[in-house]
Design a protein around this ligand. Structure first.
Ligand code: ADP
Ligand code: MG
Length: 709
């Protein structure tokens, strides 16, 4: 049922087609509902008047009341400007305009009383206010309420079309006017309360209509605070309600294969093949997954674990359970190198058990591919490992029971979703493994409708990696250190950044670095490998394998080695131009070392000059090895929208809440949503009637989030 909030903005008083078009194009505001939730991003204090005599160049934005004196046009050409002298009882200040001079000259009333608002500027040590808002004091506005005036995001184009701060405020006033007179119940009809009374009382939140009104036109700080609290809570609460409801519905609707037993493959592997004792965290997670796959409901689970926490073997154990129940399993990795490595590692693990493991990627062609596809369809292949080639339509399984994706943030949601179709009659169980630790607040949102398992413990015997920050003048000492480590039989990564815009420059950096290293580490004593994105996959693989086998001591590479590569003998990671990497990438890179029993090192090379933000990133890396702490710092520094893995998610399109800052509110909102849905999953209780109504018809478009896998 459409409401007044679905009305197009052009029908609002003072908008019309031209302004409506601008608002749509520039800010994506189409309906009155959009306009209502385009909240101010800040407020200016118009609750009081300043005295001219008290102004300094640091006064910032001020509001004055006084009389316009002389108005004159000064200067020539680009210096041409309109200057007005403005006086209150305490002093005089100049108001200056560079645009709209003629109109102003005709309309400014010398001698009349005005209210002026603007930012104090100092020019040649004289104070002035450039381009102030100015309004004559008339009988009508004399008594006007003095408020915190909202400031909305705008653009030059909007400003030019009369949609500047003042114009926008007028429109918002018109909107509230319209809402107040909508239908027989007035505001009550257009903006009905959407939270039950018991919640409002318990949480001491203002009514919805008041909150919306106050967020746009607060009369004081208290109203602004109360409105902000309510709207943030409401936004996060309904987001969680939707996620949790969709999870609940999925569990109701989507049945899964029942893996009822843990059989020979699993037990044989566990007893005879597994070369180490599982950590408690690994054991716990295997149990969680096993229970999930036996429950008759399709599993949709995220497995989070820091780099090196041992996710692969957990994935393998789960695949063996699938095999024990007569199903096939697959593992999809984001790069050729990583997929290869999984293939080799897993083939090794299960050697001699009568399990057929196959590899498939875009590079597997012709007869070889044909054979794999036939064997797969006939059920002769038990485990298929590969790249996103796995999701191509021509890949047909006999009976896929479990699909695992590794390092999921590299795959799009749609790519992952296509794994669902690989099995009939039911979708396979899905396990998404990620080494990108996600702060709790983000996980609750991005993966709010998934089940989550966490491996929060590293295998025993790992020494924490020692991380240091070095600049160019330490170069020789770094070379010396590298030689000592190679002497001890260790291997070293040297990584260069590679980002799209400056690919050529980066490649040049990499090649120069490689040449410098070749001079410093000449053959035959030293052997170097080089891997970068411009190489053919076969060449990359060849170089990579030389390093894996220990034939080369130094691997010079771009970030292609970032993901998952496992060379336990490599104990030094040197990162060049560290300032150009994000925290999560740095953490991933560092995770390539520290995989063996040796003490490992990470050397962060940078320029001497660094931005404050870069310095903080590096400081974070030096001070902690904990992926979750690093993720929290990343969230703090960059905000949720910029973090890896979040870009494609409409879930972060929040209007007022900020996942970086509002973690506590989010936590409370999720807990309450959980409690409500536990007792009343269909919201059938009359007490929850408002929640049900609002979720069915929220009054603005809500993202139709696809299932994450
Ligand atoms: P990630 O979680 O980053 O994918 P991997 O699965 O690659 O980690 O495991 C990292 C290394 O740790 C591998 O060499 C693996 O064999 C080893 N490993 C995994 N689990 C254990 C364990 N419980 N005890 C000892 N080593 C382990
Ligand atoms: Mg891994």
């Amino acid at each position: 049922m459409p409401t007044i909030l679905d009305t197009s903005i052009e029908y609002l008083k003072g908008v019309g087609t031209v302004k409506a078009d601008m608002l749509k194009k520039e800010l994506g505001i189409h309906t009155l509902g959009d306009l209502l939730t385009a909240y101010p991003y800040r407020y200016v204090d118009k609750t009081r008047f300043h005295k001219i005599s008290e102004l300094t160049e640091d006064s910032g934005e001020v509001q004055l009341k006084g009389v316009l004196r002389k108005v004159e046009v000064l200067g020539e050409g680009s210096k041409r400007r309109l200057v007005a002298r403005f006086r209150d009882g305490t002093g005089v200040i100049e108001l200056v305009w560079f645009r709209g001079i003629y109109w102003l000259e005709r309309h400014l009333k010398v001698g009349a009383e005005h209210v002026v608002f603007g930012r104090v500027n100092s020019f040649n040590s004289l104070l002035n206010i450039p381009h102030p808002e100015i309004e004559e004091v008339t009988g009508e506005n004399q008594e006007a309420e003095r408020t915190f005036a909202p400031v909305y995001s705008s653009t030059d184009k909007l400003n030019a079309k009369g949609l500047d701060a003042k114009g926008r405020r007028r429109i918002m006033e018109a909107l509230f006017e319209k809402i107040a007179h909508a239908g027989p119940d007035g505001a009550g009809q257009a903006l009905p309360e959407n939270l039950p009374d018991y919640m409002l009382q318990k949480l001491k939140l203002p009514a919805r209509y008041d909150a919306l009104r106050w967020i746009h036109f607060p009369r004081n700080q208290e109203e602004l605070d109360a409105a902000t609290r309510r709207l943030k809570f409401e936004e996060l609460f309904f987001l969680q309600m939707r996620l949790l409801q969709s999870k609940y519905r999925r569990k109701q609707a989507i049945k899964g294969y029942v893996f009822s037993k843990v059989g020979d493959f699993f037990h044989q592997f566990y007893k005879e093949k597994l070369p180490f004792e599982l950590t408690d965290a690994q054991k716990r997670v295997v149990k969680e997954i096993r229970a999930d796959m036996g429950a008759g409901i399709q599993m949709n689970r995220l497995l989070q674990g820091d780099v090196g926490s041992g996710k692969t073997v957990v994935g393998l154990l789960c695949m063996l359970i699938a095999l024990d129940n007569g199903y096939q399993a697959c593992l999809m990795a984001p790069t050729e190198i990583l997929a290869q490595q999984h293939f080799i590692g897993i083939s090794d693990y299960v050697a001699g058990m009568g399990i057929e493991v196959a590899f498939l990627s875009g590079t597997v062609k012709g007869k070889k591919r044909q054979k794999i596809l036939e064997d797969l369809a006939a059920g002769r292949i038990h485990i298929l490992i590969g790249t996103h080639a796995l999701i191509e339509d021509w890949v047909v399984f006999q009976n896929l029971g479990l699909a695992i994706t590794d390092e999921q943030h590299r795959f799009g949601v749609a790519q992952r979703a296509s794994l669902w179709k690989k099995s009939k009659p039911l979708p396979p169980h899905v396990l998404v493994m990620t080494a990108t630790p996600i702060p709790r607040t983000l996980a609750m949102t991005l993966y709010g409708d998934l089940d989550v398992s966490v491996i929060d413990e590293l295998p025993p015997g790992r020494k924490p990696i020692t991380t240091v920050h070095r600049t160019e003048n330490h170069r020789l000492r770094v070379f010396g250190f590298m030689k000592e480590e190679i002497e001890k039989g260790r291997q070293i990564y040297v990584v260069y950044p590679l980002i799209e815009e400056s690919e050529k420059l980066d490649l040049k950096n990499l090649m120069e670095g490689y040449e410098a290293l070749s001079r410093e580490f000449p053959p035959p004593e030293y052997q170097l490998s080089i891997v970068h994105g411009k190489m053919k996959p076969a060449d990359k693989d060849f170089e990579m394998q030389r390093f894996v086998k220990g034939e080369t001591q130094i691997m010079v590479a771009t970030t292609v080695i970032e993901v998952g590569v496992n060379v336990p003998n490599a104990s030094v990671m040197i990162i060049e131009n560290t300032e150009r990497f994000g925290l999560s990438q740095l953490h991933q890179l560092r995770g390539r070392v520290g995989r063996g029993a040796e003490q490992s090192f990470c050397i962060l090379m940078t320029d001497f000059k660094l931005s404050a933000e870069a310095r903080e990133r590096i400081q974070t890396m030096v001070s902690t090895n904990n992926g979750f702490e690093i993720a929290e710092a990343d969230l703090r520094l960059r905000g949720p929208g910029n973090m890896e893995g979040t870009q494609q998610s409409g879930l972060l399109d929040l209007h007022i809440a900020d996942l970086g800052r509002d973690g506590k509110i989010l936590q409370a909102a999720r807990e309450l949503a959980l409690r409500i849905l536990e007792k009343d999953p269909e919201l059938a209780n009359p007490l929850n009637e408002r929640l049900k109504a609002y979720l069915a018809n929220p009054g603005r478009k809500v993202h139709n989030w696809g299932r994450i896998s």
